[in-house]
Design a binder for this molecule. Structure first.
Ligand code: GLA
Length: 504
């Protein structure tokens, strides 16, 4: 048999087999189904599929993200393949597959870090409607004047970098004690901020309760205040915090009142699950404005810390929503590469920073163990040069003398807290060597010399190139003066830094 006639004989058989496997009318079902269980994140509740003029569309509803529209929908036989976007540009979208019939479907896939394979059963219109995600109106755009003002970058401690959600009342009290006995409080670190993981459930009136690890927030605030410190807390405008705890969605004013009644002095407000539906500049402005107005209405001054990872040019409007500081970046990690990427490259628009409002390149990792002393010195030097908020992230109950020295050097803190509030900038870059300058209120200049390279390096400064005529050159880490010369060469270790204060 020739190849041609063999093909002719086979073709009808192949066609027949194909028809048996896939009826000509095979197509994905349309309708609405309610999920039977599934992972807590993102807490899927229902899926709805429509077909209009042969085109499929649909939504998947979740406790975290509300209604997520199916994106890039395509039909593959009797299954529907699509993407879901949770509003986070860092998340890679993976295929999600919906398969089944009018009575029951299965949704399989991955959203961010959660893999799922969950069944759903057909439901009546009323049952589906009962799962509508509640929507709440946003206020018209206004400028909010906060009662609290951060004249210099806020200084304090936060639980997240070291403890994550493993934080409780006892630890916070011990931290407060250690802030005093170690001298950190007197060095200027006054805020004790509880990050994610303190939240419990709402009571029948909707009042948010702390979880069992925080039996009495008011008593904790009293304890912290009695030590000459201030207490900060954390929430989200979304339904869920980033770690999956209760957010302030739908309870903004109520939560602000609760925080004020406890005696809270600082609120970090983290976009988290709200990013799925607050993803325009207008809506993100509005949700931060809404909480700022709710805080102002309590009449309790609170530092308002905006955490939306630097989106929508937040520095240009952060002050208008009562913000004292705003994150310019995603999360820091206790790794040189991450810290350096943020510190050298993601410090926000310099002229947004200054008395009253500060670019926030995230909290400190000094003392957490993932970097060398030279690298931590670079971390502190960069943050001081940037006039960044200094929020400690280590276990201050157990610190080496080296860590304490890095955190409490008064001359370094003075550069960070300088009254002019200028953000330092790179003045010269030469391969992996960088020279940064920052003008200080008294007419002197802070100069940071950095070696980003993998080997020890010499860095040469010619003062005239920086427009400086030094009478005095002070090495603030060494607490000693250098003999001024027109050109100076210093040796800096791998990933290290030197911080100078140059007086004309
Ligand atoms: C986000 C923030 C972090 C921290 C965690 C808590 O990732 O950027 O700083 O607050 O949430 O879940």
């Amino acid at each position: 048999m020739s190849r041609k006639s063999a093909l002719r004989t086979l073709l009808p058989v192949v066609a027949l087999l194909g028809m048996a496997a896939l009826p000509a009318h095979a197509a994905p079902p349309t309708g609405g189904w309610i999920f039977d269980g599934g992972p807590d994140f993102p807490g899927f509740t229902r899926v709805q599929v429509h077909k209009d003029h042969g085109t499929y569309s649909g939504t998947v509803t979740s406790h975290w993200y509300g209604d997520l529209k199916m994106d890039d929908v395509r039909v593959d036989g009797d299954t529907l393949v699509f993407h879901l976007f949770n509003g986070n540009p860092r998340v890679t979208e993976t295929d999600i597959v919906l398969k089944g019939d009018a009575k029951a479907v299965h949704m399989t896939g991955k959203l961010w870090y959660a893999d799922f394979d969950i069944p759903a059963h057909a439901a009546t219109k009323t049952a589906l409607k009962a799962l509508d995600f509640p929507t709440h109106p946003l206020p018209p755009r206004r400028v909010v004047k906060p009662l609290a003002r951060a004249e210099t970058p806020p200084m304090g401690w936060n639980s997240w970098n070291k403890f994550a959600t493993d934080i409780d009342d006892k630890t916070v009290r011990e931290i407060a004690d250690a802030m005093v006995t170690s001298g950190l409080r007197d060095a200027g670190y006054v805020y004790i901020n509880i990050d994610d993981g303190w939240q419990g459930a709402r009571d029948t009136s909707g009042v948010l309760q702390p979880n069992a690890k925080f039996p009495d927030m008011k008593a904790l605030a009293d304890y912290v205040h009695a030590k000459g410190l201030k207490l900060g807390i954390y929430s989200s405008p979304g339904p869920k915090s980033c770690a999956g705890y209760e957010g302030s969605y739908g309870h903004i004013e109520q939560d602000a009142r609760t925080f004020a009644a406890w005696g809270i002095d600082y609120l970090k407000y983290d976009l988290c699950s709200g990013e799925a539906f607050y993803h325009t500049p207008e809506s993100v402005y509005a949700v931060y404005q809404q909480m700022a107005e709710a805080i102002a209405a309590t009449r309790r001054p609170m530092i308002f810390s905006l955490c939306e990872y630097g989106r929508f040019d937040v520095g240009s409007w952060g002050r208008d929503v009562g913000g004292s500081l705003w994150r310019t970046t995603g999360d820091i990690e206790d790794k040189y590469e991450t810290m350096a990427k943020i510190g050298f490259e993601k410090n926000g628009v310099p002229n947004h920073t200054g008395p009253g409002g500060w670019n926030d390149p995230d909290m400190l990792e000094v003392g957490n163990g993932g970097m060398s002393t030279d690298e931590y010195r670079t971390h502190m030097s960069l943050w001081a040069m940037m006039a960044a908020p200094l929020i400690l992230g280590n276990d201050v109950r157990h610190m080496t003398p080296e860590t304490l020295a890095l955190l409490t050097n008064p001359e370094v803190i003075a550069i960070d807290q300088d009254a002019a509030g200028a953000q330092g900038l790179p003045a010269k870059k030469d391969g992996t060597r960088e020279i940064w300058t920052k003008h200080l209120r008294d007419g002197s200049t802070a100069v940071g010399l950095f070696n980003r390279g993998e080997d020890v390096a010499n860095v040469t400064v010619t003062w005239a190139d920086l427009g400086l005529k030094p009478a005095k050159v002070r090495d603030v880490w060494a607490k000693s003066d250098l003999t001024p010369a027109a050109t100076q060469t210093v040796t800096i270790p791998r990933h290290g830094a030197m911080l100078l204060r140059v007086t004309p």
